[in-house]
Design a protein around this ligand. Structure first.
Ligand SMILES: *Cc1c(COP(=O)(O)O)cnc(C)c1O
Length: 548
């Protein structure tokens, strides 16, 4: 065990050592590294404690705001990290943790990440990235081709063209969505006559020039919260992000979309972009993209597809038809850190037209010179790491058919789980899986019958209690630490659009076996039995309904 009093010296020689190599093969750091390399998953399993520690307790370990005056030895500090940080982290790669969009990672990415970090290339400009710049451009080309399927000539002409860009690599779907709407906004408020464009003169003058009272972006009510941030930072305002109602299957209603566009135009508000979601975060649903594309075409507004989570489905020849219409989009967001199994920090936005990003081009004298191949002239972010290398490696090592297998098995596992839930007398499938995401809740048959027979007041009362039960089960399951499902709130039509809390499951981890799915349900059933008070209240309302 580490003694509290072991201290290192502050001197330049030892500082130099931490910039070079550990002292030798027997050094603690070398030993730690070897242990990590031998079996990282086992290492994590051994060091993450399952049972949840209250956050208030954990905060005590992170309460000191002073920067240490006394250096620590690497080995001591590593032990400290294992005790305080690793032990209370979330085991996202565990096969029974089926509540997140990010899960297990292919092992080869761990040593490759080390190379990436050691090289520490900065993709903002070619001087600090060299081969990483063409590599990233190729990765963007691969994703562009996955979506738009242009021919070899197209990519030979545009992929490495200094003055063009097929998209932007960024930290995630949020920045990708902001970038897409930034391009759309600047194109909608472009230079005209005396007006030099919104990017030069700002929103206020742009609105005056074009004579608009406001701007709007339309998306279904299941749109991701990142779009609200985008509307805010782009000066459109959160109220400028207009939510369109969804149908029984959580898809945007095209008729309602058309109506809303007409209404906004009547008020002299410019709807400059419509977003179709290809895999909503809450239900995994895909909007009718072809219909939205036709509406955008007719209205002359930018069509963006948010496929942050679902975009990887295009890798599967079996299932890519589910995303039909994505290729009609002016821009598409895909997160490689979701269903492409890349570590966090790998988002992309792709543009159909290689000229599209011109509207957000920025140049600076000392870097990002005009005509250079610097990626930074088209990215919102400045300094950026070489994450594209990991996408590149995974594309080659896993390959398209490999990804297809992963996608197919995820979708088929979700279908299996949906059938399993429907076969249980005491569970209700709330949203069917289109991809590998579904929602459900614990609802014994006699309670379900009462719920259907209830009048609207009773229904609201009973549903509220069921919400409490779902929350209780989800929380207890998480705290126990054996398995994890997430939860969200929906407003299903069959429940009169009442706020309904549901379990949310994402089945992307290839290590999750069917047996685990069965035991997740069994565990939830057991937890429900540990809430006698709540179940008692529910039974009372059920009796009341049955008596009336
Ligand atoms: C995850 C997600 C985002 C946001 O992506 P981040 O990588 O978390 O920034 C946006 N849209 C959808 C549909 C998503 O699933």
């Amino acid at each position: 065990m580490v003694s509290e009093h072991r201290t290192a010296d502050v001197n330049f020689e030892s500082l130099l050592r931490i910039f070079t190599i550990p002292e030798g093969p027997d050094s603690t750091l070398t030993q730690i590294e070897e242990k990590l390399s031998r079996n990282l998953n086992q290492f994590l399993r051994e060091h993450i404690v399952a049972e949840e520690k209250p956050l208030l307790e954990i905060e005590k370990d992170f309460s000191n705001a002073s920067i240490p005056e006394q250096p620590e030895f690497v080995s001591d500090h590593t032990q400290h990290l294992l005790d305080t940080l690793v032990s209370h982290s979330v085991h996202t790669s565990a096969p029974s943790f089926i509540g997140h969009m990010t899960s297990a990672l292919p092992y080869f990415l761990m040593p490759l990440s080390k190379i990436m970090i050691a090289l520490n290339q900065n993709l903002v400009k070619i001087e600090t990235s060299k081969a990483f710049t063409p590599l990233e451009r190729q990765v963007l080309g691969m994703l562009h081709r996955l979506i738009y399927q242009r021919d070899d000539n197209f990519y030979a002409q545009w992929m490495h063209s200094a003055n063009h860009s097929l998209g932007a690599f960024c930290s995630g779907g949020t920045i990708a969505n902001i970038t897409a709407l930034w391009v759309a906004r600047n194109n909608a408020l472009r230079a005209q006559g005396e007006f030099k464009g919104v990017e030069k003169e700002g929103l206020f003058k742009a609105m005056r020039h074009y004579g608009y009272e406001g701007l709007a972006v339309l998306v279904s009510e299941r749109g991701h919260y990142s779009l609200k941030k985008a509307a805010d930072v782009l000066g459109i305002g959160q109220e400028g992000l207009v939510a369109i109602k969804t149908d029984n299957d959580n898809r945007i209603c095209p008729a309602a979309l058309k109506e809303k566009i007409a209404e906004l135009k009547q008020q002299n508000i410019k709807p400059f972009a419509v977003i179709g979601v290809a895999g909503t975060t809450e239900t995994g649903t895909i909007d009718p993209l072809q219909e939205i594309a036709a509406i955008c075409q007719a209205e002359g507004c930018h069509f963006h597809v948010d496929a942050a989570w679902g975009g990887a489905t295009l890798m599967s020849n079996n299932y890519r038809h589910l995303l039909a219409g994505t290729e009609l989009a002016d821009s598409v967001t895909i997160d490689a850190h979701k269903q492409l199994y890349i570590p966090m920090g790998a988002g992309m936005v792709l543009f159909k037209d290689p000229e599209a990003m011109k509207s957000i081009e920025h140049h600076a004298q000392y870097i990002l010179r005009k005509g250079s191949k610097d990626l930074g002239s088209h990215t919102l972010e400045g300094s950026r790491s070489g994450m594209a290398m990991l996408v590149y490696a995974a594309m080659h090592i896993i390959s398209r058919p490999g990804y297809e297998l992963l996608i197919n098995q995820s979708i088929e596992k979700a279908k299996y789980f949906a059938e399993l839930i429907e076969a249980q007398p005491d569970f209700e499938l709330v949203s069917k899986p289109e991809l590998c995401l579904l929602t459900y809740r614990y609802l014994p048959a006699h309670i379900r019958q009462a719920l259907m027979a209830a009048n609207s007041e009773q229904k609201a009362e009973l549903n509220e209690l069921l919400n409490e039960l779902t929350k209780f089960i989800q929380k207890r399951q998480r705290e126990t630490g054996k398995s994890f499902v997430s939860r969200t709130r929906l407003n299903p039509i069959h429940l009169d659009r009442l706020n309904t809390i549901v379990f949310r499951v994402v089945l992307a981890n290839p290590l999750t076996g069917k047996d685990i799915l069965g035991s997740v349900l069994e565990e939830q059933r057991c937890i429900a039995a540990q809430a006698p008070n709540l179940m008692g209240k529910i039974e009372q309302v059920v009796e009341k309904i049955n008596a009336s």
